[in-house]
Ligand binder design. Sequence first.
Ligand code: ZN
Length: 267
Amino acid sequence: MPELPEVETARRTLRPVIGRRVAGVLVLRPQAVRTHSAPALARALRGKRIRGLERRGKNLLIALDGLVLRFHFKLWGTVRLHPHPLVGDKETAVIVSFTDGSVLEFRELQLSELGVHRAAEVTRILAVAELGPDPFAASFTRTPFERQLRRARGAVKNVLTDQRRFAGIGNLWAHEILHRARIAPSRPLDSLRPAERRALYNAMRAVLREAVRLGGEPEFVDADGRQGRFPLAVYGRDGQPCPRDGAPVRKGRLGGRPSFWCATCQH
Ligand SMILES: [Zn+2]
């Protein structure tokens, strides 16, 4: 499931579309579009120019004149930018063509949410989600971090993945952050010593920064078709050696989701 680093990578690699004007929209999987019928979507977007790209948590927001195309990957999904017109294949859901001949392709959408809204509507949708601060933002210093932890309780992994506290961190990156911080995913938040809270903050910032720089996790594909290059330390690596000490990575369940950690260096 794409999380903050992957959505941010998608946003950055999509930047060349800013300024391009929509010539047409081809919907191959109408069920992928939540807000419009195929002809209505084409009518709404035709002639509009892309003005900007934003990320809010795991939402990718593409601003057009007066409208916002909101994309949430959910379980999977790929957004590709092609310099030439495209026919599409059985995985292609929507093709947005620009007047310069280039195209934006949404593919492998499965459960993804794609919709076009007025700007005020998007604000409302995001308000309902009650997204917490963005842990990747420059303004996310230790003060807002501590504020988000203050009233939280339970296992530290479950707190990290609560979108109302840290928008954009999901099960994969929570485990990578905790391994970096040497903290076990099941540790109760209120048992963390001050030095461990500091380590957690530093690990969160460092892991997210590296993850974005390396294009996300290895299965993710960016707008240019390039795969993520972040070497995962624990997530999905049960039985394989911990990169820090060689001990086998363990797997369990926590909060109804798979959990991965090294019992030698995480406590
Ligand atoms: Zn280890």
